[in-house]
Design a binder for this molecule. Structure first.
Ligand code: FO1
Length: 315
């Protein structure tokens, strides 16, 4: 067992995966990515979390927005807007190339995992990036305004509607993508990245077979909540709207018995004792990744901590 398997979605996940890629070889690190945010828009299949992870590993990510491509131009979107097309979901010219080619190959019947592998090869990303499933499992958000498709909630409505729950459509019929269960079966550590537990990590774990495979491994999670707030995105707002006080502890409770180790921020040191009392091994460090050096450092700290936890658990 020598694989390190990261579960990731969104910006926080991509940052830690980038850090891990600077500590591990392509043979060691496998990243399983959320596909619940994927949707059809303008006749194109958009896979935001896969693109954020792949662009980040390829050094092509737009660091300012956290999504899409660096050095982007918006000519196509502008000309679409001039004739009344929907511009709420901003698709840059470079990014469009990805969506056009992915859509073409999906329409020809190729699985998302194969397309992703080939894109990584073209972008000179040697690390393995796997969609959680090759099936469509769109996340729907139950809100006070009814059930919204994920990107409608997240981008068009800017996460404003009050949420009351989530649905991962057809998840019971979905299968883990090729390589997912194999990687988990060979994993020394599973690292749950600091992504949104509700709509980034949850959809991965809900794919039949994945949670069970993860549960057999030594699992380390990095809290996405620091000082009761999310670094980016609606995670803390979702907790509050679901009647849960957002905190590192709340996240640990949500992951439950899956976790062996837990990484929290210095700001939340006061929660260490309660977490240890709940049976977790805890590492308290600066978990904010503002720079690439931060990503590298945190990844190294998480891996060293994971090794200690693995040894203690398997001695
Ligand atoms: N997020 C936004 O808030 N506004 C956008 O216009 C937007 C466009 C976009 C285009 C491509 C892509 O891959 C991601 C994009 N995102 C945008 C982010 C996306 O909604 C999120 O990355 C995930 O779905 C949640 O992590």
């Amino acid at each position: 067992m020598d694989k390190i398997v990261a579960l990731a979605g969104g910006v926080g996940g991509a940052k830690l995966v980038h850090g891990l890629s600077q500590c591990l070889t392509p043979e060691q690190l496998v990243t399983i990515v959320n596909i619940g945010d994927d949707f059809n828009h303008l006749g194109l299949r958009i896979c935001p979390d896969l693109d954020t992870v792949c662009y980040t590993l390829a050094g092509k990510a737009n660091l300012a927005t956290g999504w899409g491509r660096a050095g982007e131009t918006w000519n196509a979107l502008e000309s679409l807007g001039e004739i009344g097309g929907p511009t709420w979901f901003r698709l840059g010219d470079l990014d469009l190339g990805t969506h056009l080619e992915r859509t073409r190959r999906l329409r020809s019947g190729e699985p998302l995992s194969k397309i992703t592998k080939d894109f990584c090869c073209s972008w000179e990303v040697e690390f393995t990036v796997l969609p959680a499933s090759d099936d469509n499992v769109p996340t729907w958000v139950y809100t006070e305004e009814g059930e919204l498709p994920f990107q409608e909630y997240f981008v068009h409505r800017q996460c404003l509607p009050k949420v009351s729950g989530f649905r991962f459509a057809d998840v019971e019929a979905a299968k883990p993508a090729p390589g997912v269960l194999e990687a988990l079966g060979d994993a020394r550590l599973v690292i749950i990245c600091p992504s949104n537990p509700w709509v980034s990590i949850g959809p991965i774990l809900e794919i039949p077979g994945i949670q069970e495979a993860v549960a057999c491994r030594t699992v380390i999670a990095v809290s996405p909540i620091i000082g009761g707030e999310a670094v980016k995105g609606p995670a803390a707002k979702m907790y509050k709207e679901l009647g849960i006080q957002p905190s590192a502890q709340a996240v640990a409770q949500q992951y439950g018995s899956l976790l062996t180790g837990y990484v929290i921020d210095l700001v939340d040191k006061g929660q260490e004792e309660a977490l240890r009392h709940a049976g977790l091994e805890v590492l308290t460090v600066d978990t904010l990744m503002k720079t690439n050096a931060d990503r590298h450092r945190l990844a190294k700290q998480v891996l060293d901590f994971g090794e200690q936890v693995f040894d203690r658990k398997n001695k």
